[in-house]
Design a protein around this ligand. Sequence first.
Ligand SMILES: C[S@@+](CC[C@H](N)C(=O)[O-])C[C@H]1O[C@@H](n2cnc3c(N)ncnc32)[C@H](O)[C@@H]1O
Length: 382
Amino acid sequence: MKTAFIAMILKEKINMLYQSYYRLKVNAFASTKLHDAISKVPILRALISYEGNKIHEIMSGFVYSQILHLLITLDIFQFLKKEGRSLDEVSEYLQVANERSLLLLRGGCALNLICHKRNKYWLTRMGAQIVGIPGLMDMIQHNQILYRDLIDPVKLLLRGNETELSHFWPYVRKEASKKQISTKVSAEYSRLMQTSQRLVAEQTLQAYSFRAAKRILDIGGGTGAFLRAVKNKYPQIDATVFDLPNVIKVAKSNQYKIDGLANLTLKPGDFLVDDLPMNQDVICLVRVLYDHEDSTIEILLKRIYKALPKQGVLLITEPMSGGTKAMRSSDCYFSFYTLAMTTGKVRSFEEHKAILRKSGFSNITKHVVSAPFITQVITAKK
Ligand SMILES: C[S@@+](CC[C@H](N)C(=O)[O-])C[C@H]1O[C@@H](n2cnc3c(N)ncnc32)[C@H](O)[C@@H]1O
């Protein structure tokens, strides 16, 4: 009792000290007088310039992403892929004056996507990866939709509004019955998901072993790209994809084009109302939960819990918030992306844990991944 009381007093004192330090820091760094004084001390001047540059980087981010967009849309990456090109060659290719292409090429150089050597422009390692990673250019291009939704970020954040992204992912829209989503629209988002799946699957398979699993079900599994990657590594697994009827239709039409799809069972249905396949050793949710609000995922998780056998595993893989240690990739990019979807939410491990516990799961474990900006992996047991 006494120690609890002392701890409480101590905590209060530390809080008060922090408040005083905070006021001092803000007043000092917000003051132009102090700023001028600091600029005269070499080490502090370096700190101020470093942080000034960081502020400038944050402000310029949207211009950087539009330069990237230009390099892809105008096919500059592809043009430089084969060999280095001179300024004249690029201008000829773009059919613009040298002055304009130089602007773009220098922007690309500043972003380290292109370099200028021997009087020619070449792809850097990063530039080459943009061309080489399957689906990356499509993914970058589709950000133009998000870009338009972010034109009025105040309106988006404070009031939420009609967004273009919610039409790109129409299953998030409440007024439309999922049955009314056209196959064309389903095919468009499914293609983007399919081509961008490689890195997510790679990270997930590095983080979690499916060795012990005989049957696995991928709910919201799209056209089966994740399960194909799983089956490449574990060919003996009996794998089922569950997704909306139109997506399964797209998956079936792919069946003859993609090797290995024939080995997957394709099951159409709505995960909120239709029966989920039972007796699976592992049920996967790959980039599914962050599309939806808490009330929706609670229904889904409870249904999954019911469908799993005792000791059955639920695996969640998707970008996650850093929580108290916020991360740019998830707490800036994916959080605002899912906000623009209107129903989505990027959750931290702790937030996932709370909802999983509420749905009955235990043994909730976070697995280590090497690229958390792509995905993070959690498993939970029934
Ligand atoms: C963001 S995509 C992820 C697809 C795939 N898991 C991947 O990572 O490539 C979400 C998937 O959930 C599916 N989905 C959304 N609502 C659904 C529902 N109510 N029932 C079944 N599937 C649904 C969508 O059709 C879509 O394929």
